[in-house]
Design a protein around this ligand. Structure first.
Ligand code: CA
Length: 441
């Protein structure tokens, strides 16, 4: 379809003088993030990797199992057999399985401090990772062309997700998936979720895609180079190299094809932008910076959104709807994000993660540098401070909901109302300044 060509997005047009300066100033040195897998800066609820608690899924910290592990295993075996798992598959998978205390510890931990988004992005977009991704884009050029044609997902984004999920296959997690999920099904905070994942993991073993000893992953059961949980594996993993097994652990072709298949199902459209950075006037109505407010680029421009100097809009931008993203509130950089950004959120529902994937994909092509400054004097609230903020918001009539330390839609709205009452930009971003002001009342 020749008309598609003229609609193709030209990201090069977005490179501004500022980003070129940053490009030159950026020192190339390895960071710690190249050696360790990254966790999203914000609590995430993910379709692919394991969901963390959110406003809607209260976690239970005080689970005391009412049965021994052996009793639980015997009851679960009955359910697995009824679900079509053979006795031999089950018994081979559960040979010598005991609860893993490290998994329980990881499941119960609630980090007190959140990493600022700018530090998270620095680690995610390290020069070493960018360089490695560029080399892999060349090395796998033929495979990536095939995947683009088959699934309609751009190669840069596939390699970017690969880099973010497992540092291109390097850090897949070494834990036994069966043992981790059995532990979580026995006494985790979300036993039903773990139960379903464990059944799916047994189905994978029964299909013969992987042997039980080689079925390794994160403590939460995310597996292989794509960090798929077992249910996502069963619906989306692909045997692309044609050896008859869907091997997301050892086959880069299978892993990248599985990622492409998942992003295709999530609505990724090849050749469309994920989004771009914009500037906002100080008089801007920050209530509009909310994922639910979607408008055309022209509508955003009418509302005062400004494009960086030298930017030319993609030709089809007015056929796409965009939301306004402020990763660090009104004082930090702003982005208009399109449907492709939402597709990345379906991989891992954290805007920091989706922004990192998007920018990393751009950096493989030499852009993706942020012109706006981060409010580095404004450190994220600790968990205790977030709980205190929610309690104070509730006490002042702003209805933040249950004070659980998680900033969800209700809390964000309450923050906006409190900010508006002060005459401040109502960006819904929790700050020390707001906490201080509520303490005075
Ligand atoms: Ca294969």
């Amino acid at each position: 379809m020749p008309s598609r060509l003229s609609l193709r997005w030209q990201p090069r047009q977005l490179i501004t003088a500022t980003s070129l300066v940053l490009l030159v100033a950026c020192a190339e040195k390895p960071t710690a993030a190249d050696a360790i897998p990254l966790a999203p800066a914000q609590p995430a609820q993910s379709a692919v990797t394991t969901p963390l608690p959110s406003d809607s899924t209260p976690a239970n910290d005080d689970i005391q199992p009412s049965q021994t592990f052996a009793q639980w295993q015997a009851a679960f075996r009955e359910q697995a057999l009824q679900a079509g798992i053979s006795a031999s598959t089950f018994d081979r998978a559960f040979l010598d399985v005991t609860p893993d205390m490290d998994v329980i510890k990881a499941d119960r931990s609630q980090p007190e401090f959140t990493r600022p988004v700018w530090e998270y992005l620095d680690g995610a977009l390290s020069p070493v990772r960018v360089r490695k991704g560029k080399a892999l884009l060349e090395q796998h050029a033929q495979l990536l062309s095939q995947l683009e044609q088959r699934y309609g997902v751009d190669r840069q984004i596939l390699v970017s997700v690969w880099g973010m999920e497992s540092n291109f296959g390097q850090f897949q997690g070494k834990k036994s998936v069966i043992r981790s999920l059995a532990t979580l099904a026995y006494e985790g905070r979300r036993p039903q979720f773990a139960h379903d994942q464990l059944l799916a993991a047994l189905q994978i073993l029964q299909n013969g895609d992987i042997q039980v000893d080689a079925m390794r992953g994160s403590w939460a059961g995310a597996m292989g180079q794509t960090q798929f949980i077992p249910t996502t594996y069963n619906t989306h993993a692909v045997d692309f190299d044609g050896d008859g097994r869907r091997d997301i652990w050892n086959s880069s072709a299978d892993a990248l094809a599985s990622t492409a298949h998942y992003l295709q199902s999530s609505g990724w459209k090849r050749g469309q932008p994920w989004g771009f950075e914009v500037r906002l006037p100080s008089t801007f109505d920050f209530w509009l910076a909310d994922g639910s407010q979607r408008k055309s680029v022209a509508e955003w421009l009418e509302l005062g959104v400004q494009l960086p100097g030298g930017t030319r809009l993609p030709e089809n931008s007015n056929q796409l709807s965009a939301a306004l993203l402020l990763p660090a509130g009104a004082r930090g950089p702003a982005f208009l994000v399109f449907d492709n950004f939402r597709a990345i959120l379906k991989y891992n529902n954290s805007s920091s993660y989706a922004l990192a994937v998007s920018l990393l994909g751009d950096r493989f092509s030499g852009w993706g540098y942020i012109a706006g400054g981060w409010p580095k004097d404004d450190l994220p609230l600790s968990r205790n401070e977030r709980i205190e903020l929610q309690s104070l918001l509730n006490a002042s009539g702003h209805e933040a909901g249950n004070a659980d330390g998680i900033i969800g839609a209700n809390t964000r709205k309450a923050i906006r109302n409190a900010q508006q009452a002060q005459g401040w930009p109502a960006d819904g971003y929790p700050t020390q300044k707001l906490l201080e002001s509520l303490r005075q009342h």
